[in-house]
Design a protein around this ligand. Structure first.
Ligand SMILES: [Zn+2]
Length: 78
């Protein structure tokens, strides 16, 4: 469930974690924490994994797991 407004049409909403709405925009991870245009962080996944912020690392692990699942599913469909 989204907590904030976000108006990028390319972004794919992933899920909400704590006070963040998590989006994927191509390879960039968007972490929105407010309705104001500038209230978000955007990071590449490897940077998210390398951060010292525990919440960010949880988000990174979730995204990696999700990507593995979608790769496996794509293989099954072919
Ligand atoms: Zn976007």
């Amino acid at each position: 469930m989204k907590q904030y407004q976000h108006d990028c049409e390319k972004c794919l909403f992933v899920w909400s974690y704590r006070n963040y709405d998590v989006y994927l925009c191509d390879d960039t991870v968007i972490l929105r924490y407010g309705n104001e245009g500038a209230q978000y962080k955007s990071l590449l996944l490897p940077w998210l994994m390398a951060t010292s912020d525990a919440d960010f690392r949880v988000v990174a692990r979730h995204l990696i797991r999700m990507r593995h699942i979608s790769i496996v599913n794509n293989h099954k469909e072919k």
